[in-house]
Design a binder for this molecule. Structure first.
Ligand code: 8YV
Length: 310
């Protein structure tokens, strides 16, 4: 059983993995071809986390590959369909990050509507004394919030917002029977009826640009977009354009198209809060994610099964 690490692992996982095993590391081109020639037949399990992930070509090159163990809940960097076709099982790290990511969403909602990051810049630049009070901002309490993707993380966000007397609506592909929240039949319908649209759906081809120009326009000049899911879900070019012309009130983003590059056109806006994809990045949660990834790895090595398959 030979383990292959693809990409750079989180320090928490790197530490746990190397304490127990001596994995191989997939090199970049041009060394990759030679590496695969020497090791491909031995590799049975991949450990990875986020980008670059595992595509069908890499699976094809590893004839004995049986499992892909991913650090992270989202497996959009892995070609899961190709894995399924080849009988390769895939695990992720669900649930252990729900609370932390939901906390991040709340932080972004507050920061975006109340303008705390911009106000902090205002104070630091000496503008309070020079220019007077900071402009009025928007209340979170009592606002109407739409959650796109009421899964485990979306539900944790909704639970928190209930404490702020928010009117919560959601859109999923299917209505959730018995949900206490109002269902909107489409992303446009959801966006048109809320002050804040929170993107909490899984990434990947199925949700690509689910938040397109129409959805953003439906959110409108008084509306805010918050994204803690994946950059791929949002048409980022349309988002930037509408923010620049004042047809959206603001945005709070943890994720982007083309991470870690964040376009200057976003960075120059004061009504936008930008985080470096840190939704789950607390020491406790990242350690729990690493521990769960390791449990999946050990289980696969001993029984051929996974603890949390996708
Ligand atoms: C991680 C995430 O930062 O779990 C996810 O899907 O986006 C984050 O928690 C990422 O997966 C680590 O590579």
């Amino acid at each position: 059983m030979t383990i292959l690490v693809v990409g750079r692992l989180e320090p928490s996982l790197e530490k746990q993995l190397t304490a127990a095993h001596t994995p191989l590391r997939l090199p970049a081109e041009p060394e990759r071809a030679d590496f695969l020639q020497r090791h491909a037949d031995a590799i049975t399990v991949i450990v990875c986390g986020g980008r670059p992930g595992v595509d069908a070509a890499l699976m094809e090159a590893l004839p004995r590959l049986g499992a892909i163990v991913n650090f992270g809940a989202g497996v959009d960097a892995i070609d899961v369909t190709a894995a399924r076709e080849r009988g390769i099982v895939v695990s992720n790290t669900p649930d252990v990050l729900n609370d932390t990511v939901a906390d991040t969403a709340l932080g972004l909602i507050f920061d975006t509507l109340r303008g705390f990051a911009a106000a902090d810049r205002y104070v630091r630049a000496g503008r309070w004394a020079a220019d007077g009070p900071f402009p009025y901002t928007r209340d979170v309490t009592g606002s109407r919030i739409g959650i796109l993707g009421l899964g485990r993380i979306g539900a944790a966000i909704a639970t928190r917002l209930a404490g702020f007397d928010c009117a919560i609506a959601y859109h999923n592909r299917r209505e959730i029977p018995g949900s206490p929240y109002r269902y909107a039949a489409s992303p446009v319908e959801l966006a048109a009826s809320v002050d804040v649209l929170v993107v909490a759906t899984a990434g990947g081809p199925d949700s690509a640009h689910l938040v397109d120009r129409d959805v953003l326009e439906a959110l409108g000049p008084q509306g805010y977009l918050v994204n803690i899911a994946r950059g791929s879900v949002v048409d980022q070019d349309a988002l930037i354009e509408l923010l620049h012309v004042g047809r959206l009130a603001g945005a709070g983003l943890d994720v982007y198209t083309g991470e870690p590059d964040v376009p200057a056109a976003l960075r120059e806006l004061d009504n936008v809060v930008l985080l470096p994809h840190m939704g789950s990045a607390t020491a406790r949660t990242r350690t729990a994610m690493a521990t769960l990834a390791m449990r999946n790895l050990e289980e696969f090595l001993t029984s051929g099964q996974l603890v949390t398959p996708v």
